[in-house]
Design a binder for this molecule. Structure first.
Ligand code: TMP
Length: 237
């Protein structure tokens, strides 16, 4: 599959046209950003580690009946995906308190959340991705009630599947962010699932194995992503 024109350059991925107007090529770069792009670094191997990681997760989700835009991995850094019309809303599920939830509500990191929380954020860099609710999304036309209900249902199903999956590697799935889009009217999971967009802790020591290592300057970022992969049986070569 030939890569065509660059259509969109995000903070960590670039999206290109393909020979098929219905399919796009997603390229994972080594760029790593945090704090809405204020902290930026190139981390060697991250692009290919995240591409392979995402292939593994999306394949597992498909096997569990959760459809995504993922079609197949094309190369170390590239994957073929279905073209989506993105819904500009980020869906965040949390099993343990961390990150912005702790800041917003003054809660200590690590408190277990039962049931898990489900939050929405507007995908808007200029505004720093503000938290919104379903009423905002409906009133401003970002998503319909039916789409919102489906996004919530799918997000919680992803949580059920992946919580178990990471537990088998002795890890806690602390939280994660998903994005959805429309493909010929059907809601599909889009973007990527990798340690860039979730939090994972070692179950016993609670050692951070995700992008918080970069945000907090803990070092060993890609090494931690590779450790997560190894615990799940993913081969990065
Ligand atoms: P938060 O604690 O900063 O709200 O993030 C919750 C989870 O969602 C965390 O795993 C990081 C992920 N996330 C992103 O990857 N990108 C985003 O723009 C947001 C808001 C969250």
């Amino acid at each position: 599959m030939q890569k065509g024109q660059l259509l969109y350059k995000g903070k960590a991925k670039s999206v290109y046209a393909s020979e098929d107007p219905d399919l796009l090529v997603m390229e994972y770069r080594d760029d790593t950003s945090a704090f809405n792009g204020q902290k930026l670094e190139q981390l060697e191997r991250k692009g290919r580690v995240n591409n392979t990681f995402n292939t593994f997760i999306m394949t597992r989700l498909a096997a569990a009946g959760i459809a995504s835009h993922f079609v197949r991995q094309l190369s170390e850094r590239e994957s073929l995906v279905k073209r989506l019309e993105m819904i500009p809303v980020e869906c965040v599920v949390r099993n343990f308190a961390a990150g912005s939830l702790c800041k917003r509500l003054g809660i200590a990191e690590g408190q277990e959340l039962l049931p898990p929380t489900y939050e929405l954020f507007l995908k808007n860099d200029a505004l720093g991705d503000p938290m919104i609710n379903e009423s905002h999304a409906m009133s401003f036309g970002w998503a319909t009630p039916v789409q919102l209900a489906r996004m919530r249902e799918l997000s919680l199903r992803v949580n059920d599947v992946l919580k178990e999956f990471f537990a088998a590697g002795d890890m806690l799935l602390v939280d994660f962010k998903l994005e959805f889009g429309l493909h010929h009217g059907e809601i599909l999971l889009g973007d990527e699932f990798s340690p860039d967009g979730c939090r994972l802790w070692d179950r016993q020591t609670r050692k951070k194995l995700d992008k918080d290592r970069f945000r907090q300057g803990l070092g060993g970022v890609v090494e931690a992503y590779e450790e997560v992969g190894q615990r799940l049986g993913i081969q990065f070569d």
